[in-house]
Design a protein around this ligand. Structure first.
Ligand SMILES: [Zn+2]
Length: 266
């Protein structure tokens, strides 16, 4: 991969790490290539998604003057994760000593060490959104974020606009018309509708992995990444169908830990 075609625009960190990531992916894919029905191919998709997220972070990475590759602070990218992708090699740039998500500073008054990553920030807001839900069993919150990390919309699961929360059932079992299912709008659908704009390339944060219906909306409105903090329905057919469609549509999804928050009065 070391070629003389590097221009001044090429990010050194990107150049150093991406070939290694590609190498990992190619090896994983090759190992299952002869068995297209092998269930482990799903793992390849998982790795692919993970690497795509890392790849994006690497695009913004920098190499400092101690030959440390510094990846911007990122929820899913701990130093431990990065160490897997570290490699000891000499290139025309010299040896990369360390991959890190933060840079040590010589400035006396440095920035706070503990602050929310963007991913933590948005999932925390999604968690707060879920608290608006009147559903006694399932509360889901969603935040849609644009390229500039601005919130395009939020949503939670609830009845359509104007319908009284007191006139509809919240049951999960019984006659269909007497359950909540015909009436509830899912959090993802509400957020996508509230965005009232093209969501091409946007990121969706949700407290619960999207169902198959919401997965279709996510694909149709152009969202490219989904972060979720719970996948408790992973065995349900709705979730399996959702993952199949998201995979086929090339939408990256990754889990993120929910934040522990105490909100008084609830
Ligand atoms: Zn849904």
């Amino acid at each position: 991969m070391v070629k003389n075609t590097i221009t001044t625009k090429t990010n050194k960190a990107e150049f150093l790490i991406l070939p290694r990531l590609n190498e990992i992916l190619v090896k994983r894919e090759a190992s299952f290539a002869n068995k297209p029905t092998d269930p482990r191919r799903r793992h390849v998709i998982y790795i692919k998604n993970k690497l795509a997220l890392i790849r994006e972070a690497v695009m913004n990475a920098k190499v400092n003057n101690q030959d440390k590759v510094v990846i911007p602070q990122c929820g899913f990218l701990s130093d431990k994760v990065l160490s897997k992708y570290s490699f000891k090699t000499h290139t025309k740039f010299g040896k990369v000593k360390k991959l890190t998500t933060h840079e040590t500073s010589t400035i006396t008054m440095s920035k706070r060490k503990k602050y929310l990553s963007w991913e933590e920030y948005f999932i925390a807001i999604a968690q707060v959104c879920s608290l608006r839900s009147k559903d006694p069993n399932t509360q889901v919150g969603v935040v849609i974020v644009n390229h500039r990390k601005e919130i395009a919309a939020t949503g939670y699961n609830g009845l359509p606009w104007g319908l009284s929360d007191d006139n509809y059932p919240y049951e999960r079992e019984g006659k269909w018309l007497e359950t909540k299912y015909p009436y509830m709008v899912h959090a993802e659908a509400n957020a996508i509708i509230h965005a009232r704009q093209n969501c091409e390339g946007f990121i969706l944060y949700t407290t619960l992995f999207p169902c198959h219906e919401c997965a279709k909306l996510i694909i149709q409105c152009g969202i490219k990444q989904v972060f979720y903090s719970s996948d408790k329905h992973h065995e349900k057919l709705e979730t399996i169908a959702a993952k199949k469609m998201l995979d086929d549509a090339g939408i990256i999804y990754a889990s993120i830990f929910p934040l522990t928050m105490v909100i008084k009065g609830l």
